[in-house]
Ligand binder design. Structure first.
Ligand SMILES: [Zn+2]
Length: 74
């Protein structure tokens, strides 16, 4: 468990699915709650069609960055 392993692609997909569905995002490795913080340089209204979210596990502190396309619903 001392490895600094990152999430596998399958685990990343699970995290992303949960986040999109606005469920509680739980770390698939340690079971900790994951919190999201948006990344984007701090400016609103840049007109980008995508936004990035950085999800961080409160348990093991692994993190994952996702790009989300905007346009479906907020
Ligand atoms: Zn974790």
């Amino acid at each position: 468990m001392a490895e600094s392993a990152q999430y596998s692609p399958i685990q990343l997909a699970e995290i992303k699915d949960a986040f999109i569905a606005k469920r509680d995002v739980v770390c698939p490795i340690c079971g900790g709650r994951m919190t999201a913080r948006p990344i984007g340089g701090g400016s609103f209204g840049l007109g980008y069609s995508r936004k990035r979210e950085w999800l961080i596990c409160g348990g093991c502190h692994r993190s994952a960055i996702f790009d989300f396309k905007r346009g479906t619903r907020n």
